[in-house]
Every structure is written in C-alpha cells, then in structure tokens.
Ligand binder design. Structure first.
Ligand SMILES: Cc1ncc(COP(=O)(O)O)c(C=O)c1O
Length: 395
C-alpha cells in the first residue's frame, strides 16, 4: 500500500517499457501480457510514437475547445471514416469514464427519455454516471444516477432470457438507451452469442432506443477487428472510445455519435454540457492520431487475431486441470477462470516473480490483454511461464 497515493499498488516499481516488455527498478524485464489492461496497441516506446512524442510537448500554448483548430477537425473526420456505420460527430473527452458520461447525457438529451439499460457485472468507469451503469456502484457511495436498469450478463446460457427481459423493458417506449460492451471485458472476457447484439440492436431500433457500444476496452484492434462491433456488423448510434485510442501515449477519449443523434441533441437549442478543458489537448491529439494511424497502417487487428488464436491454443490444454474451469479469448483479450477463488492472487504474484505480468478480473478470473504487436515467440514464452504456475496450483 502506498503511503501517499490513495489507491492500491504493488512494489514492483516498473520504471521503463519497450515493445511487449516492462522493466523494473532493478533492470529485470517482464513480458507484458497485460498491456496496461486493454491499452497497449503498438507496444511501448514504438519508434514512430517516440518521434511524435519528441516533436510535441513544446507547443507552449493551449487552445480552449470552444475555438477551432484544423487538426481537431481532420482527426474527427478520420474517426468518422474508420468507425462502423454512420458515426460522424465527435465529442472530445479526456478518458473512458468521461466518454461514457457523455454517452449517457447524449442519449437522454437526444431522446428526451431518462432510462438507460446496461449489463450487470460490467464496468464502464469511475465517475457517477459511468459507475451507475454496470455494477461499480457500492453502498458506500450510493445513491448513483437514477433511472439505471440492469440486465444479467448473458454468459450462462441465459441470452434468450436476457433478450426477452430487454424487449419487455424497451417496449414500454420510455428507454433512452441500451449501453454495453460488444465483448464483456471487465467481468472476464465473455463473448456474447452471435445473435445477442444484433437482436438487442434491432429491439432498440423498433422502440426508439439508442444503441450505445462502449468500445473503450475493445476498440482499436483488441478483439481481432478494428472495432469489436464489426464482429456482428453492428451500427451503434453512439460509441465510447479511450484506452487503445492513444495506446497509452496520451490522456484522451471520445464519444462519437451519428449525425442524427447529434442533431437531436442540439436541435432544441439551449445549453448542453460537454465542455472539457483538457479534452483533446493539442499534443495529446497529435500523439493519439499517430497511434490510430499506426494501428490502421499495420492492420494490427490481424496480428491480434492470429497471435491471439495461437496463444489461446497454447493455453487451452490448461482446461484439463482439475481447478481450471475455462480458458477463453478473442483476439488479444483473454481470461482464465478457475474453480477456486483463493488462487488467482497467488498465481498472478508468482508469475510476476517469474517475469510475466497478468491481472485478475475477479477472485476466480485471471485476465490479460497483451500489446497487439506481440509476436509468437514472446507469446510462447509468456504462455510457458503462466502454464507452469497454473499447473502447480490447479492440478
Ligand atoms: C469498458 C470500459 N469502459 C470505460 C472505462 C473507463 O475508462 P477510464 O479508466 O479511462 O476512465 C473502462 C476502464 O477500465 C472500461 O474498461
């Protein structure tokens, strides 16, 4: 526990990073299977990113977001070009939580309705709106934002029932939005059945409910597509972005919406609160643009797909162990679910000692999301460290 920082932390003291590795204060190198929890795209200290970092930081001036700057406009156009469907208008934010906050406000303002449905057991951020969707609200900080309804996670053969519950809620005609992740990351990498989201999106359409995809964790190549929504040809009305957006090189997020949704927000005139003083700081934006361009130029979703599949093949045999329930993954997004809640902490600290970084999504789920550039050799070495420790504890 840190003496001066309010949150938890360990005492590894990472001081540097390079490619798919982190380096501690003693110069020890660790394979970074975590990649900053769905953050790392091109890896750490990518030469092209270092060039941009060296060319920025010396601007010496700041432009408030209420003034125009051509770079903002042209980057917003790039986002509109690469995101699925008709997403067109960008609201600038500093983080994923702020992107989700913005989505909630936009959904309410555009529809004139209050209720938002999300999936329980999910995480969408730490600010009041964002923690009121999903399950981050605790009794210590309740009450959250009102009119937030929850559906169960569709991960135990219950998707039909979840869809039926959603249809019942939406058909009342007063639901502003459905807000969810296309692949459920924070609850432990659950991929919904193939027809789950197409049917949720269709119910939204039929009932005047906006369909919001939180791609903060899954966006920019993580799941083997540029955006996870593409797995099922989804065309969200609103999409939230952060994490892999900058690849960890800048503090930035975005909420992108269709022209129609934007028009509905602004058509009534009046005040809509979206001003973010440091949302898309010029340097942050230039750096983020380079990361997005590299993800697209290198088609990193393809490496995520092929090395991800390879890594999953290496780890799948762990399912034969008595205490392993499931090994699952999509692209460079993984979870290993154990039958014993007491083991994930032990396993993650032991693999750390052996030179590999992974995290836990819950007491029984190990979680990792390697940089999208990871090669097979590094993946093999990491899988070996992880397998050895899991075999020791889970046989
Ligand atoms: C799916 C999802 N949405 C939103 C957030 C919040 O993003 P941030 O931590 O940048 O505020 C997270 C963070 O883990 C996330 O995983």
């Amino acid at each position: 526990m840190s003496k001066y920082l309010a949150d938890y932390g360990d005492n590894t003291n990472f001081v540097d990073g390079e490619g798919c590795f982190l380096i501690d204060k003693n110069g020890k190198k660790y394979i970074d299977f975590l990649g900053g929890w769905c953050v790392s795209t091109v890896g750490w200290k990518h030469p092209k990113m270092m060039e941009v970092l060296q060319s920025t930081g010396n601007r010496g001036f700041y432009i408030p977001p209420s003034y125009s700057w051509p770079e903002w406009e042209s980057f917003a156009k790039l986002l509109a070009d690469i995101t699925p469907g008709k997403l067109q208008k960008v609201f600038r934010t500093t983080s994923g939580s702020e992107a989700v906050e913005m989505a909630i406000k936009i959904a309410r303002a555009a529809t004139g309705r209050k209720k938002i449905v999300s999936i329980d057991e999910e995480y969408h951020g730490h600010t009041y709106g964002a923690l009121s969707v999903g399950s981050a609200l605790t009794s210590a900080i309740a009450p959250g934002v009102p009119e937030m309804l929850k559906l169960p996670l569709p991960n135990v053969g219950n998707a039909e029932d979840v869809i039926a519950q959603f249809e019942k809620i939406a058909s009342a005609g007063d639901l502003a939005a459905f807000l969810g992740e296309p692949v459920f990351t924070n609850s432990g990498t659950f991929v919904p059945p193939a027809d789950f989201y197409p049917r949720i999106a269709e119910i939204c359409k039929q009932n005047g409910t906006l369909f919001v995809m939180d791609e903060v964790a899954t966006g920019f190549g993580r799941t083997g597509k540029l955006f996870a929504s593409e797995h099922w040809n989804l065309e969200p009305d609103i999409m939230c972005l952060a994490k892999g957006f900058s690849g960890g090189y800048a503090t930035i997020g975005a909420t992108i919406v269709t022209e129609e949704v934007a028009n509905r927000v602004f058509e009534k005139g009046g005040y809509f609160p979206y001003y973010s003083t440091f949302g898309w700081m010029p340097d942050d934006m230039i750096i983020t643009r380079k990361n997005v361009e590299l993800v697209c130029e290198l088609k990193l979703w393809e490496n995520a797909e092929s090395v991800g599949k390879y890594l999953l093949t290496l780890l799948k045999p762990l399912e034969d162990l008595a205490k392993v329930k499931e090994v699952r993954g999509i692209g460079m997004l993984f979870a290993i679910e154990l039958k014993d809640k007491s083991l994930t902490g032990k396993i993650s600290s032991e693999v750390l000692k052996n030179g590999l970084v992974v995290d836990t999504a819950s007491p029984e789920i190990l979680f990792f999301s390697p940089p999208l550039i990871m090669d097979k050799e590094t993946a093999t070495k990491g899988a070996r460290i992880l397998s050895e420790v899991i075999k020791k504890h889970c046989s």
